[in-house]
Design a protein around this ligand. Sequence first.
Ligand SMILES: CC(=O)N[C@H]1[C@@H](OP(=O)(O)OP(=O)(O)OC[C@H]2O[C@@H](n3ccc(=O)[nH]c3=O)[C@H](O)[C@@H]2O)O[C@H](CO)[C@@H](O)[C@@H]1O
Ligand SMILES: C=C(OP(=O)(O)O)C(=O)O
Length: 466
Amino acid sequence: MTKIIVRGGQRLSGTVRVSGAKNAVLPILAASLLATEGDSVIHDVPLLDDVMTIKSVLASLGAQLTYNNETMRINAERLVCCEAPYELVRKMRASFLIMGPLLAREGKVRISLPGGCAIGTRPIDQHLKGFEAMGAEITLGHGFIEASSASRLRGAKIYLDVPSVGATENIMMAAALAEGTTLIENAAKEPEIVDLANYLNAMGAKVRGAGTGLIRIEGVERLQGVAHQVIPDRVEAGTYMVAAAITGGDVFVENAIADHLTPVISKLEEMGVQITVSDNGIRVRSTGELKSVDVKTLPHPGFPTDMQSQMMALLLMSEGTSLITETVFENRFMHVEEFKKMNAQIKVEGRTAIVSGGYPLTGAKVCATDLRAGAALICAALRADGETEVAGIHHVDRGYVDITGKLAALGADIRRVEESDAVAAAAKHAAAEPVAVAAAASAADTESSYKRDKEVPMLKVQPTWA
Ligand SMILES: CC(=O)N[C@H]1[C@@H](OP(=O)(O)OP(=O)(O)OC[C@H]2O[C@@H](n3ccc(=O)[nH]c3=O)[C@H](O)[C@@H]2O)O[C@H](CO)[C@@H](O)[C@@H]1O
Ligand SMILES: C=C(OP(=O)(O)O)C(=O)O
């Protein structure tokens, strides 16, 4: 099993460069399926496991792809099938984002319910509600979804019950090729939505209002391949800001966009961390003496759930008691039990964690329960007394480019230990099971709640296309 081993106590200093955003590049790569003419050339594509997974998904559909020097070139002129392989889709949530493009372009799609971090049930009802409003027929069963539309999708007014990032993106991509105008009300406002809209517009789409709660998409007949540069990863940037603050360091987080990080910057400043914003990044300085603050996660522009666990690591080092309330995902406190192994004093009551700061952290053997939990444990380990071994690194590899190398370059005592392939393969298989179980639970939940409302027939055993 691959592990990251950290010996705490080093003050971080220097410059760290933020890579392209995972949560922006994944929908953008899915959207490249909409280009029926020409190559799409995407720059600043981070070398992440999730990127490799979606690359394999696109290749399985018939797209031609090359990846060199963080540039992905995609030609999707000729697709050979509309079914995404279960083994790939179950690995990550964002693979579900091929549904909108395929449905809009080919009029049909078959896809299994998605995997991803097991941080809640993560239903997909809002995606399906949107596609149905646009004229798609949807059947669900045995963990798969089939959707088809005999004619071109048509524009519709769609109110999202929750401002879902994925549903906004999926519907936006489908609407780009639909007939007429689509309105997405209560749309998600995350920077990644704006990046996707910019990409779609460069391809020839007509998307207005991205970044607000009301997005208007006028469908066009065709889209073409274009070049696009992905925005920097605000969660990776935030993670390095926390790493700098927790070690009492002085770090320039190059490429970070302050406008995307307003809630994180505000909370760090409330804690006494000095933040200086410049054109090409954010400087973070800290004495290591930190005040407690309360944090509540919310959809953008609220405090991002993807920074909640890293913030918890930092608050463990503050003076006093902080309340962290997680409102976006119902099961995103799994890192608490791991922090406790490091002498953290945390009590969870429902959706709120009561974090008692000021107790010194001690090195321990811990396990990343999801992507951001892994990053948070590494942050905590940077300040802990002695050595911490973080297992479950396959989660971290989904979303951080060379976290070990980047932290080591800032002065951290950190190393990655790979075990033999055979051992790693066995451990990875075992570690994947909880995600598969969670995905199955999510599938069951989605299926039953959707059927209750809609009485949809079960999936035919044979797909209707090859
Ligand atoms: C690849 C990607 O971009 N992942 C991000 C995306 O995930 P993702 O797009 O999956 O997150 P959503 O915004 O869809 O989920 C937010 C909330 O809405 C609920 N929901 C969502 C869809 C739906 O059809 N029905 C429903 O009830 C979810 O269970 C959750 O409670 O946004 C999350 C919230 O900022 C981030 O944590 C993830 O890192
Ligand atoms: C939850 C996350 O990712 P995903 O939606 O891909 O599971 C994340 O990036 O923190």
